[in-house]
Design a protein around this ligand. Sequence first.
Ligand SMILES: Cc1cc2nc3c(=O)[nH]c(=O)nc-3n(C[C@H](O)[C@H](O)[C@H](O)COP(=O)(O)OP(=O)(O)OC[C@H]3O[C@@H](n4cnc5c(N)ncnc54)[C@H](O)[C@@H]3O)c2cc1C
Length: 200
Amino acid sequence: MTGPVYDVVIIGAGPAGIQAAIHSSRKKTDVLMLGRLDNSALQAAHVENYACIDGVQAGRDLLETGHRQVEKFGARIEPQDVLKISQADDLFHLELEAGDTIAARTIIFAMGVSKKKLAVPGERELAGMGVSYCVDCDANFYRNATVAVVGDRSAAVDGALTLLGYADKVYLITRKLDVSPELQKRLQQSEVEVLENTWV
Ligand SMILES: Cc1cc2nc3c(=O)[nH]c(=O)nc-3n(C[C@H](O)[C@H](O)[C@H](O)COP(=O)(O)OP(=O)(O)OC[C@H]3O[C@@H](n4cnc5c(N)ncnc54)[C@H](O)[C@@H]3O)c2cc1C
């Protein structure tokens, strides 16, 4: 196996990876951050709930600032995916999508989470412009609006109940509810309009 050896390789170039890269590179370590800015969940977001940031900021702008900070502290950024990791000679060996191999003494995983998607036309294009995957992040953007929550489980029901505190009208679109009797009772007693046996 060939290629450079890094003290720390961070897999993921979103907020978690950026923060890890900033802290690691300030400690006189050789740091490489892997991953694409475009693939961060934040790049489509409009953020207004980060401490010390006033107003609504484009997630992409925040990411670009973060990437500049990472480079300022001396870390390298490589916008590639890792395809394979193996271990030999007390090192991790990472195979990248362009075919090169690098080695790391330490790996930090910061690949985010993937949201369950509906996979319907328009969903991707409208993400961050009315289509959202996080009630706690985005409820405030739906103040006085009509909102439909799609889902069958507790996150959807809890999300719909939370949205009642913001939106004028909340629908819950569900194929078949799969929640505890207690949560179901709270839903029935609420003003959420439930559309059961319904597919989007
Ligand atoms: C529409 C929308 C609005 C949002 N609004 C807000 C908000 O207002 N406030 C808020 O706090 N949060 C908001 N969020 C959530 C926020 O975007 C996430 O919490 C945040 O991006 C998570 O950061 P992360 O670094 O863990 O993961 P991500 O930002 O998702 O980054 C994951 C990184 O891992 C990389 N990666 C994955 N697999 C590999 C691999 N094999 N090799 C190399 N790299 C890999 C990707 O390229 C990417 O760079 C919103 C999300 C969405 C989708």
